[in-house]
Design a protein around this ligand. Sequence first.
Ligand SMILES: [Zn+2]
Length: 121
Amino acid sequence: MLHLLLHLLVPAAIALCFYRKKALFVFGIMMAGMLVDVDHLLASPIYDPGRCSMGFHPLHTLPAVLVYAVLCVPSATRLLGAGLIVHMLLDTGDCLTMEQGLEQMRENLVLFHSGVSVKAV
Ligand SMILES: [Zn+2]
């Protein structure tokens, strides 16, 4: 629950601290980063509180994160890229607080490199 709350509070804090005059617009763009969780629909079960998303879901893999980092460079896509990077950092933090979360991230990375991006559960 705290994890989901942080997905709201961190973009709100960034918008209010760094973009006070257009905070609502910035918050909205950064919240668009939540749309990457649509990749959870490919997994079964769709939501598993004990599962680490990082490296497991296609839009939570290292190549996707690299694309999000590139989106931070042009000013036109910077806020979306920042929202996506914040999302990935929060999901990584969530994994690190899970029992076996670090092991899951390592396992997901191995599965990704072996060509399997979404494993059957
Ligand atoms: Zn996510």
